[in-house]
Design a protein around this ligand. Structure first.
Ligand SMILES: [Zn+2]
Length: 222
């Protein structure tokens, strides 16, 4: 076990908890691809809250446990992480949570529309799709996730379960997890006001372009 990588996974788990995009019990899992190897480091603890380094496991992308103790509850969802790394060579980090507002959409089996600008800015201009229900981590669930994902879209709702986010870096994955939760909360808060209104498709691209233009300029120093 590489102590640095195990420490990184625990640090990501702590940052997910700090982001607030997590259910009260902290249920969820985080994984990190091992650069240059067909492996990932994975949180095998019962909660992301206060996750210990000793509960991190090393797992092959074929699903084989290579090092550590993997309890059945966490073992059952390993495949939904390994599938993301196998399918998307650029993905370096996968997060799964039951963040409450996004999970409400997942339970209602309703996609999150692009009614918050941040979705357009961070690869979710088409909103967050829903993967059909399958028992957590099963072949059916993983097949549904694969079917729901559109290229370049870094998140999917898992029907009757929660959220899955996969991105190049932990920073981007945590950011997207927070944006998905924020958009879901805004959607639910807007419901009594007549419901959220999506940004017109042509303006979603404009939101992204404006972000990129500011990105290219970098931070200004006065
Ligand atoms: Zn779950």
């Amino acid at each position: 076990m590489d102590a640095d990588l195990a420490g990184q996974v625990v640090d990501i788990a702590a940052r997910v908890v700090a982001s607030g995009a997590i259910s009260a019990n902290g249920h969820g899992n985080v994984s990190l691809r091992v650069p240059g190897a067909e492996e990932m480091y994975f949180t095998a603890g019962p909660s992301l809250r206060g996750h210990s380094v000793s509960a991190v496991v090393r797992v092959g992308l074929d699903g084989a446990l290579l090092e550590g103790e993997l309890p059945p509850i966490q073992g059952a969802v390993v495949a939904m992480h390994t599938a993301m790394y196998a399918d998307h060579p650029d993905v370096g980090c996968v997060l799964h949570t039951h963040s409450p507002y996004a999970t409400a959409y997942a339970v209602a089996r309703r996609p999150i529309g692009c009614w918050v600008e941040a979705l357009a800015m961070f690869g979710l201009a088409a909103g967050v799709p829903v993967a059909e229900y399958g028992p957590r981590g099963s072949h059916e669930a993983v097949a549904s996730i694969r079917a729901a994902i559109t290229p370049g879209v870094p998140a999917v709702l898992l029907a009757n379960h929660g959220v899955l986010v996969f991105h190049r870096t932990p920073e981007l994955a945590i950011l997207v997890g927070g944006i998905v939760e924020e958009a879901a909360q805004a959607g639910i808060n807007a419901a009594p006001l007549g419901g959220p209104v999506e940004i017109p498709a042509e303006l979603r691209a404009a939101a992204l372009q404006r972000t990129m233009a500011f990105d290219n300029r970098g931070t200004l120093h006065g």
